[in-house]
Design a protein around this ligand. Structure first.
Ligand code: ADQ
Length: 440
């Protein structure tokens, strides 16, 4: 078993088990790493997504997958609990209040031990192990104890909070010790890296190497759709003059309701006409109360806006609460005049980059939150503060007013060139090159 020179450890395997079949699953992390693994003949350690199910290692599309079994308790306490109701809100600056429950923490530690043991069992002597994200922050330290010979990288896909926020965490010392086991820690933005360094310094930690590696997309997946597909999308929403689009996991960090409120107010003020919006919202973490509440708020707003401003067979907001195939997303991105990406806080936001990749001809416009990591690179977007409805409205109107202008075209061409050049392969190479330089 100990024969893999390159091991990725992530909470989820890059596949879902559906009706006895393995199918590739959507999601930022998976979208980002699958091409890199294929190119490197790597193996992936992760949870297959079904509580209680046990599977033997298997090959999928050229990658060996090593399933880690999680039972119902693990799912509720480690995944829904500590990962997504403690760390997720804490690391996204308390958009909802994190819960600090001791039995969640104990299960988080136990599951991290499980992942560390699984990685230790498959890594070859002197292998490189790349641990992903907030669910597995203890793995570097635990793996270091089990396997001092391996080189360990860690990448955090979500923001790292300021020291004053992080210090709320009752188990802050243990989490820092876990991260300290890595030879290299990668962050999305310089701000996240600085937050971690400030905290490490104040905590007297022997700071591991850190660096900033903004993640990106596999841009070959997201070229421009053909005109027929674009006409089909626009025709199916009654050919508005301006087609807007939102694509998000249904998560309170994404600011979906705020964006709908901005559109509603613009309609009320009579500043938008002949407009339609497609909002795709992937079901996510549906059993957690704050997610139920977010969904209810979004769906109420969609109903209210359509009730007031739609006409028979012709709603303003076309809402899909489902996962859609990549090719459909590409058609939507290509057809949309204005993309709305307005998270309150987001590590990067790949959707913004996917949209930009679908506009190599300079068409389209991007309204983007200042608090998305992507705003650092996509700084020619219509940037706005998502907490300020007037600012979101202003950014939308800026995009509408400049539609088809030379300025809009130049901005999109510049952003498109940036995304095509800085793709996910380049991100992974940069991280792995930096890790190789410090290999022990
Ligand atoms: P997410 O919070 O999931 O990722 P994002 O970066 O936008 O956010 O990635 C979402 C991915 O899912 C995109 O590739 C998108 O195409 C896909 N997707 C969204 N809705 C979909 C739908 N309805 N059907 C099919 N696919 C859909 C986390 C962090 C981000 C960070 C990424 C990667 O929160 O900040 O950018 O990891 O590091």
């Amino acid at each position: 078993m100990r024969d893999n020179q390159f091991v990725v450890v992530a909470n989820r395997l890059p596949v879902d088990h559906v009706d006895g079949q393995w199918v590739a699953s959507p999601g930022g992390l998976v979208a980002a790493l699958a091409p890199v693994l294929k190119a490197n003949q790597g193996c992936w350690v992760g949870w297959p997504g079904e509580p209680g199910a046990s599977f033997e290692p298997f090959d999928n599309d050229g990658i060996t997958l090593h399933p880690v079994q999680l039972d119902d308790d693990d799912f509720h306490l480690f995944y829904e609990g500590f990962s997504n109701s403690t760390l997720w809100p804490l690391y996204h600056d308390l958009i909802v209040t994190p819960a600090y429950l001791r039995h969640w923490w104990q299960q988080y530690r136990a599951v991290n031990e499980k992942f560390a043991r699984a990685a230790a069992a498959v890594a070859a002597d002197g292998a490189t192990v790349w641990v992903q994200d907030y669910q597995l922050q203890l793995v570097p330290g635990l793996l270091r104890e089990l396997r001092p010979d391996v080189t360990i990288g860690f990448f955090l896909h979500i923001p790292f909070p300021g020291p004053d926020l992080f210090r709320q965490l009752p188990w802050r010392a243990e989490v820092l010790r876990g991260l300290e086991g890595a030879d290299l820690i990668g962050f999305q933005r310089a701000r996240d890296e600085q937050n971690f360094r400030d905290l490490a310094k104040a905590s007297g930690l022997s700071t591991p190497r850190t660096a900033t590696f903004p993640i990106s997309i596999d841009s070959s997946d997201f070229g421009r759709a053909d005109q027929e597909a674009i006409n089909r999308v626009r025709g199916s929403v009654a050919n508005p003059r301006t087609l807007m689009l939102g694509v998000d996991r249904l998560d309170y960090t994404k600011g979906i309701l705020q964006r709908l409120t901005a559109i509603e107010e613009l309609l009320e003020e009579g500043r938008l006409d002949s407009v339609a919006m497609i909002q795709v919202a992937t079901p996510s973490r549906e059993r957690i109360a704050s997610y139920k509440k977010t969904r209810a708020g979004v769906e109420e707003a969609v109903g209210r806006i359509n009730g007031r401003y739609g006409t028979l067979g012709n709603p303003v907001i076309h809402y899909e609460h489902q996962s859609v195939p990549k090719s459909t997303l590409r058609d939507y991105y290509s057809a949309a005049d204005i993309m709305l990406v307005t998270p309150f806080k987001d590590g990067m936001n790949l959707v913004a980059k996917e949209y930009v990749a679908c506009h190599p001809d300079g068409s389209g416009a991007l309204v983007l939150s200042e608090f998305a990591g992507a705003a650092e690179e996509l700084d020619r977007a219509h940037l706005c503060n998502p907490f300020d409805v007037e600012a979101v409205k202003g950014a939308i109107m800026g995009a509408v007013d400049k539609q088809d202008s030379d300025e809009a075209r130049d901005a999109m061409l510049a952003m498109n060139a940036h995304v095509l050049e800085h793709d996910v392969a380049r991100w992974a190479d940069a991280f792995l090159d930096a890790l190789r330089e410090i290999e022990r």
